[in-house]
Design a protein around this ligand. Sequence first.
Ligand code: HEC
Length: 189
Amino acid sequence: MGKFILGVLIGFVIVACVGLGYFYFGYAPAATAAPPMPLEKRAAKWALSARIKKEMPNGTSMAASETNLLAGAEMYKRDCAVCHGLPGEAKPSNIAAGMYPKPPQLWKHGVTDDPVGETYWKVANGIRMTGMPAFKANTSDEAVWQVSLLLANADKLPASVTAALQQPISAAPANPVSAPSTTHMPGTK
Ligand code: HEC
Protein backbone atom coordinates (compact mmCIF):
# COMPACT_ATOMS: atom_id res chain seq x y z
CA MET A 1 0.00 0.00 0.00
CA GLY A 2 2.83 2.38 0.96
CA LYS A 3 4.58 1.60 -2.34
CA PHE A 4 1.35 2.32 -4.24
CA ILE A 5 0.92 5.74 -2.63
CA LEU A 6 4.58 6.54 -3.30
CA GLY A 7 4.03 5.59 -6.95
CA VAL A 8 1.02 7.86 -7.24
CA LEU A 9 2.97 10.73 -5.65
CA ILE A 10 5.92 10.27 -8.00
CA GLY A 11 3.46 10.18 -10.90
CA PHE A 12 2.00 13.52 -9.82
CA VAL A 13 5.45 15.09 -9.49
CA ILE A 14 6.46 13.91 -12.98
CA VAL A 15 3.27 15.30 -14.56
CA ALA A 16 3.73 18.61 -12.71
CA CYS A 17 7.38 18.84 -13.87
CA VAL A 18 6.42 18.18 -17.50
CA GLY A 19 3.70 20.84 -17.23
CA LEU A 20 6.06 23.41 -15.72
CA GLY A 21 8.77 22.54 -18.24
CA TYR A 22 6.34 23.16 -21.11
CA PHE A 23 6.07 26.78 -20.00
CA TYR A 24 9.55 27.29 -18.52
CA PHE A 25 11.50 26.00 -21.53
CA GLY A 26 9.48 28.03 -24.04
CA TYR A 27 7.26 25.36 -25.60
CA ALA A 28 4.02 27.19 -24.76
CA PRO A 29 2.81 29.57 -27.49
CA ALA A 30 3.42 33.26 -26.77
CA ALA A 31 3.18 35.06 -30.14
CA THR A 32 -0.27 35.90 -31.48
CA ALA A 33 0.44 33.86 -34.63
CA ALA A 34 1.39 30.71 -32.67
CA PRO A 35 -1.08 27.80 -32.74
CA PRO A 36 -3.26 27.48 -29.61
CA MET A 37 -2.11 25.37 -26.65
CA PRO A 38 -3.78 21.97 -26.27
CA LEU A 39 -7.26 22.61 -24.80
CA GLU A 40 -6.66 26.39 -24.69
CA LYS A 41 -9.64 27.29 -26.82
CA ARG A 42 -11.99 24.83 -25.16
CA ALA A 43 -11.00 25.85 -21.62
CA ALA A 44 -11.44 29.55 -22.45
CA LYS A 45 -14.83 28.90 -24.05
CA TRP A 46 -16.09 26.85 -21.09
CA ALA A 47 -15.00 29.46 -18.58
CA LEU A 48 -16.59 32.28 -20.57
CA SER A 49 -19.92 30.61 -21.25
CA ALA A 50 -20.29 29.33 -17.67
CA ARG A 51 -19.62 32.80 -16.29
CA ILE A 52 -21.95 34.54 -18.73
CA LYS A 53 -24.75 32.08 -17.99
CA LYS A 54 -24.42 32.95 -14.31
CA GLU A 55 -24.27 36.71 -14.68
CA MET A 56 -25.90 37.95 -17.88
CA PRO A 57 -29.02 40.11 -17.54
CA ASN A 58 -32.22 38.61 -18.91
CA GLY A 59 -32.90 41.16 -21.67
CA THR A 60 -33.53 44.89 -21.36
CA SER A 61 -36.49 47.23 -21.23
CA MET A 62 -34.62 49.59 -23.57
CA ALA A 63 -36.31 49.71 -26.99
CA ALA A 64 -34.36 49.10 -30.20
CA SER A 65 -35.60 52.53 -31.34
CA GLU A 66 -33.90 54.50 -34.09
CA THR A 67 -32.53 56.95 -31.51
CA ASN A 68 -30.93 54.17 -29.44
CA LEU A 69 -29.56 52.38 -32.52
CA LEU A 70 -28.07 55.63 -33.85
CA ALA A 71 -26.39 56.26 -30.49
CA GLY A 72 -25.12 52.67 -30.57
CA ALA A 73 -23.73 53.24 -34.08
CA GLU A 74 -21.74 56.28 -32.91
CA MET A 75 -20.20 54.31 -30.05
CA TYR A 76 -19.55 51.40 -32.40
CA LYS A 77 -17.63 53.55 -34.89
CA ARG A 78 -15.55 55.08 -32.12
CA ASP A 79 -14.84 52.09 -29.88
CA CYS A 80 -15.42 48.88 -31.83
CA ALA A 81 -14.99 49.27 -35.60
CA VAL A 82 -11.19 49.16 -35.53
CA CYS A 83 -11.37 45.55 -34.34
CA HIS A 84 -14.81 44.34 -35.49
CA GLY A 85 -15.11 46.09 -38.89
CA LEU A 86 -17.95 47.96 -40.57
CA PRO A 87 -20.70 46.83 -42.97
CA GLY A 88 -19.32 46.25 -46.46
CA GLU A 89 -15.66 46.36 -45.41
CA ALA A 90 -13.60 44.03 -47.56
CA LYS A 91 -10.95 42.98 -45.04
CA PRO A 92 -10.15 43.31 -41.33
CA SER A 93 -7.96 46.20 -40.15
CA ASN A 94 -4.25 45.55 -39.59
CA ILE A 95 -4.95 45.64 -35.85
CA ALA A 96 -7.63 42.95 -36.12
CA ALA A 97 -5.53 40.82 -38.46
CA GLY A 98 -2.59 40.83 -36.03
CA MET A 99 -4.49 39.68 -32.96
CA TYR A 100 -4.91 36.30 -31.29
CA PRO A 101 -7.64 35.36 -30.88
CA LYS A 102 -8.94 37.31 -33.87
CA PRO A 103 -11.86 39.65 -33.25
CA PRO A 104 -14.87 38.33 -35.18
CA GLN A 105 -15.85 40.64 -38.06
CA LEU A 106 -19.31 41.37 -36.73
CA TRP A 107 -20.90 42.43 -40.05
CA LYS A 108 -19.95 39.06 -41.60
CA HIS A 109 -20.40 36.78 -38.60
CA GLY A 110 -22.66 38.70 -36.29
CA VAL A 111 -24.23 38.03 -32.92
CA THR A 112 -27.86 38.52 -33.95
CA ASP A 113 -28.61 35.00 -32.67
CA ASP A 114 -27.21 35.70 -29.20
CA PRO A 115 -29.48 37.04 -26.45
CA VAL A 116 -28.86 40.79 -26.15
CA GLY A 117 -27.99 40.28 -22.46
CA GLU A 118 -25.06 38.06 -23.47
CA THR A 119 -23.64 40.73 -25.79
CA TYR A 120 -24.21 43.32 -23.05
CA TRP A 121 -22.18 41.18 -20.63
CA LYS A 122 -19.29 40.87 -23.10
CA VAL A 123 -19.19 44.60 -23.87
CA ALA A 124 -19.50 45.57 -20.19
CA ASN A 125 -16.98 43.07 -18.83
CA GLY A 126 -14.68 42.34 -21.75
CA ILE A 127 -13.22 38.89 -22.46
CA ARG A 128 -10.10 38.13 -20.49
CA MET A 129 -6.85 37.53 -22.39
CA THR A 130 -8.37 38.11 -25.81
CA GLY A 131 -8.01 41.86 -26.40
CA MET A 132 -11.79 42.40 -26.08
CA PRO A 133 -11.94 45.41 -23.74
CA ALA A 134 -14.40 45.97 -20.87
CA PHE A 135 -16.35 49.18 -21.34
CA LYS A 136 -18.31 49.44 -18.07
CA ALA A 137 -15.65 51.42 -16.24
CA ASN A 138 -15.65 54.34 -18.69
CA THR A 139 -18.98 54.12 -20.55
CA SER A 140 -22.52 54.63 -19.29
CA ASP A 141 -24.70 51.57 -18.83
CA GLU A 142 -27.12 53.14 -21.31
CA ALA A 143 -24.44 53.32 -24.02
CA VAL A 144 -23.42 49.68 -23.44
CA TRP A 145 -27.06 48.64 -23.95
CA GLN A 146 -27.36 50.84 -27.05
CA VAL A 147 -24.34 49.25 -28.74
CA SER A 148 -25.58 45.79 -27.70
CA LEU A 149 -29.00 46.51 -29.26
CA LEU A 150 -27.22 47.64 -32.42
CA LEU A 151 -25.43 44.28 -32.71
CA ALA A 152 -28.51 42.25 -31.76
CA ASN A 153 -30.42 43.96 -34.60
CA ALA A 154 -27.55 44.10 -37.10
CA ASP A 155 -29.56 42.09 -39.66
CA LYS A 156 -32.56 44.44 -39.62
CA LEU A 157 -31.26 47.97 -39.05
CA PRO A 158 -33.19 51.01 -40.31
CA ALA A 159 -31.53 52.56 -43.38
CA SER A 160 -30.61 55.66 -41.36
CA VAL A 161 -28.52 53.55 -38.97
CA THR A 162 -26.73 51.65 -41.75
CA ALA A 163 -26.01 55.03 -43.37
CA ALA A 164 -24.69 56.44 -40.07
CA LEU A 165 -22.26 53.51 -39.79
CA GLN A 166 -20.76 54.55 -43.15
CA GLN A 167 -20.34 58.21 -42.13
CA PRO A 168 -17.27 59.51 -40.32
CA ILE A 169 -17.58 59.66 -36.53
CA SER A 170 -19.87 62.59 -35.76
CA ALA A 171 -20.20 62.70 -32.00
CA ALA A 172 -17.59 64.61 -30.06
CA PRO A 173 -15.34 62.31 -28.03
CA ALA A 174 -16.63 61.64 -24.51
CA ASN A 175 -13.66 63.42 -22.96
CA PRO A 176 -12.55 66.05 -25.48
CA VAL A 177 -8.94 67.10 -25.14
CA SER A 178 -9.10 70.79 -24.27
CA ALA A 179 -8.32 73.08 -27.21
CA PRO A 180 -4.98 74.91 -27.08
CA SER A 181 -5.34 78.08 -25.09
CA THR A 182 -5.75 81.26 -27.12
CA THR A 183 -4.89 83.56 -24.24
CA HIS A 184 -1.83 85.66 -24.91
CA MET A 185 1.27 85.10 -22.86
CA PRO A 186 2.26 88.26 -21.04
CA GLY A 187 4.81 90.18 -23.08
CA THR A 188 3.74 88.81 -26.51
CA LYS A 189 1.49 90.43 -29.09
C1 HEC B 1 -8.90 45.86 -29.49
C2 HEC B 1 -9.85 45.07 -30.23
C3 HEC B 1 -11.30 45.09 -29.81
C4 HEC B 1 -12.11 46.17 -29.61
C5 HEC B 1 -11.75 47.66 -29.70
C6 HEC B 1 -13.43 45.63 -29.34
N1 HEC B 1 -13.40 44.26 -29.37
FE1 HEC B 1 -15.00 43.02 -29.19
N2 HEC B 1 -13.76 41.38 -29.32
C7 HEC B 1 -12.41 41.44 -29.56
C8 HEC B 1 -11.90 40.09 -29.63
C9 HEC B 1 -10.45 39.70 -29.86
C10 HEC B 1 -12.99 39.23 -29.45
C11 HEC B 1 -12.99 37.69 -29.47
C12 HEC B 1 -12.87 37.16 -28.09
C13 HEC B 1 -12.91 35.63 -28.06
O1 HEC B 1 -12.32 35.00 -28.94
O2 HEC B 1 -13.52 35.10 -27.15
C14 HEC B 1 -14.15 40.09 -29.26
C15 HEC B 1 -15.44 39.60 -29.06
C16 HEC B 1 -16.57 40.39 -29.06
C17 HEC B 1 -17.92 39.89 -29.02
C18 HEC B 1 -18.34 38.43 -29.00
C19 HEC B 1 -18.51 37.97 -30.43
C20 HEC B 1 -19.02 36.56 -30.57
O3 HEC B 1 -18.98 36.04 -31.71
O4 HEC B 1 -19.43 35.95 -29.58
C21 HEC B 1 -18.75 40.98 -29.06
C22 HEC B 1 -20.27 40.97 -29.07
C23 HEC B 1 -17.91 42.15 -29.08
N3 HEC B 1 -16.60 41.77 -29.08
C24 HEC B 1 -18.40 43.44 -29.13
C25 HEC B 1 -17.59 44.58 -29.10
C26 HEC B 1 -18.12 45.92 -29.02
C27 HEC B 1 -19.59 46.30 -29.01
C28 HEC B 1 -17.04 46.76 -28.97
C29 HEC B 1 -17.03 48.26 -28.84
C30 HEC B 1 -17.82 48.86 -27.78
C31 HEC B 1 -15.84 45.93 -29.04
N4 HEC B 1 -16.23 44.61 -29.11
C32 HEC B 1 -14.55 46.41 -29.09
C33 HEC B 1 -11.66 42.58 -29.74
C34 HEC B 1 -12.11 43.89 -29.64
